[in-house]
Write a protein that binds this ligand. Structure first.
Ligand code: S3P
Length: 187
């Protein structure tokens, strides 16, 4: 009996990078840095790269040029990373809102979602003043609405999800490392 080609070909493992996606306050930068140290990968953060290239903070990009300009810069930054290897990449919480970014993320590496309950996310970002999308009268409500809009997008883009609600960051790192061993075939 003929075997269809798709069955005969082994599934390619993703490129050896770990791409963290998730809402503001989900821990992408903090967990990402800890994870990179643990597995001896380099760490990069799209928000920091955008700021370095623009030479102004994200808050100022939103104020001066608007969100659409920020999103253009975000996609251009992602595209510029096509050659990276053995990196952990933290991304901005809105990266999945542009559907063009999703295949780029998936080509770059293994896409891991950090997830948490809205109240915990809000508690983690409540004091920050550098998140333009939360500069509103009712930031708690904004977190709930934005998360409800975005959750299906994170779920569709991610190949693995860790719910970090109530978990220590070290535990979140452990869970990603354990899964990465299987995904990348590490001993
Ligand atoms: C954004 C999240 C921010 C930053 C920008 C927009 C968003 O990144 O990219 O303020 O749309 O959720 P963090 O998720 O690192 O806060």
């Amino acid at each position: 009996m003929d075997t269809p080609m798709s069955d005969a070909q082994p599934k390619m493992p993703p490129r050896e990078n770990i791409i963290l996606i998730g809402f503001m306050g989900s821990g992408k930068s903090t967990v990402g840095r800890m994870l990179a140290r643990r597995i001896r990968f380099q760490f990069l953060d799209t928000d920091r790269l955008i700021e370095e290239r623009a030479r102004i903070p994200i808050k100022a990009i939103f104020e001066r040029d608007g969100e659409a300009s920020f999103r253009e810069r975000e996609t251009a930054t992602l595209e510029s990373l096509a050659g990276i290897r053995r990196h952990v990449l933290a991304t901005g919480g809105g990266i999945v809102t542009q559907s063009r970014n999703v295949p780029i993320l998936q080509r770059l590496g293994w896409v891991v979602q950090l997830k948490a309950d809205p109240d915990e996310l809000y508690a983690r970002v409540a004091k920050s003043t550098d998140r333009p999308l939360l500069k509103t009268e009712n930031p708690r409500e904004r977190v709930h609405t934005l998360l409800a809009e975005r959750q299906p997008l994170y779920d569709a883009a991610a190949q693995f999800t860790v719910n970090s609600t109530g978990l220590a960051r070290e535990r979140v790192v452990d869970m990603i490392v354990q899964e990465a061993r299987a995904v990348f075939g590490w001993q």
